[in-house]
Design a protein. Sequence first.
Length: 168
Amino acid sequence: MLYVIWMVVLAVIATLLFTAKRNLPESSDFRQSKVLYLARLLRPGGFLILTLMAFSTLFASVHQVPAGHIGVVYEFGGIKGQIGEGLQFVAPWRNVLLANIQVQRRVFDKLNAFSEESQDVFVRASLNVRVSPQTIQQLYRTVGPNFFAHTGAHTGTHGSDHAMCEYF
């Protein structure tokens, strides 16, 4: 959205610079000759703004996705697709959010359990998670980009635990 606003502002400025000289009166007065001299700089200023717009578009379109990541493409807040690793070109009004698809580890210290004799048992467990690249969009839609934080939250129902596991 910021890109769209930036381009509208630059387009308005460029239009004003290109049309400003037409609105100035022709005169041989000394004071107005300085104004006309400055008015000659308006047209190159307009071309400078157009060049700035072109470079802004180019730089806003290039995204680098590192190895082991997937780029989730958003357009005005909604997920529109995903892109793979490497240098990628995306429409400049779209945003790319990087998603890690490498194996991630989460360690749980002192998980409470009890033995068959009802004695307290404390367990240290480790969970290795790897998100499937084919399901990353659905995971982001249902759980959100901060899905890894939800792996430690126990909901108490086995159905919700199973629903979380289908993305990995």
